[in-house]
Design a binder for this molecule. Structure first.
Ligand SMILES: [Zn+2]
Length: 260
């Protein structure tokens, strides 16, 4: 059984005490954790300068009947899903797809959360970083984190959930998308919406020399300096404009990039 002490010493081994970080996590590989997700969150918060995590809320999303072309989306015909959409509220839980840790962070008494209706972030001790986000620049917290020598922390997950790679795509000039969300009683346009992340693990080989990793039995934690990650993403897209896209034939966003 794993507890605070094991997690704390694993995080300490990664030397992030004076670094702001963005974390992504799956807790299942840890097996039973004494006091659950709170223990992981506390061990992480105690081992870094500040922490943010995505607390995205996809159930706010609306698909309109028409919209801009080549936008990686099928317009219309999504009426049933639109009917199930819920307006964003500040206390809307993070999508369950993101795992339990973002929701644990969001519920922490010291945590703050941004108000982007789809791509919100929560954080502790990271007010300036969170404050960078606007409706127009949803990934601005990643930029602010990079400016402060931030690191990416991946707990039992690979780069397919590494949100920061989306910011590297944007820096490289890769096309961004438009999406729509319910907010109170209106539909809000959300520009600069990122592409699909299922091909992102291809970056691992290029940043391996800059990646620190600890293992705890079946579980692992890997960390990468954000600036280096963003450089590597831009290098790869410069070499191959289709780098980091997935191979699914029916992937609307990757296909939209292939057709750009
Ligand atoms: Zn794709």
């Amino acid at each position: 059984m794993i507890g605070y002490d094991e997690l704390r010493s694993a995080f300490q081994e990664l030397s992030l005490a004076n670094k702001p970080v963005i974390a992504h996590a799956s807790l299942q590989p840890f097996g039973y954790i004494q006091n659950g997700a709170d223990t992981v969150l506390n061990a992480l918060v105690d081992s870094v300068k500040s922490l943010i995590m995505p607390t995205f809320t996809y159930k706010t999303m609306i698909t309109p009947e028409v919209g801009p072309p080549n936008n990686g989306i099928t317009y219309g015909g999504d009426g049933d899903l639109n009917k199930m959409a819920q307006p964003f509220t500040y206390d809307m839980p993070a999508d369950p797809m993101m795992g339990v840790l973002p929701e644990t962070l969001r519920n922490h008494p010291s945590a703050k959360r941004t108000s982007h209706p789809i791509l919100s972030f929560a954080g502790i001790g990271a007010d300036m970083i969170l404050g960078a986000q606007t409706l127009y620049e949803p990934l601005a917290p990643i930029a602010a984190l990079a400016d402060e020598d931030g690191w990416v922390v991946l707990i039992n997950v690979d780069h397919t959930v590494n949100t920061s790679i989306h910011y590297g795509e944007k820096l490289s000039g890769r096309k961004q998308f438009v999406r729509w969300a319910l907010m109170e009683n209106r539909v809000v346009e959300c520009p600069n919406f990122p592409g699909d992340s299922s091909g992102f693990e291809a970056i691992a080989a290029y940043i391996q020399p800059d990646t620190r990793r600890v293992e705890l039995g079946e579980a692992f934690i890997q960390v990468i300096p954000l600036k280096r990650l963003l450089e590597a993403v831009q290098e790869q897209i410069k070499l191959d404009p289709l780098a980091l896209l997935c191979q699914r034939e029916d992937c609307e966003r990757c296909n939209a990039l292939r057709n750009t």
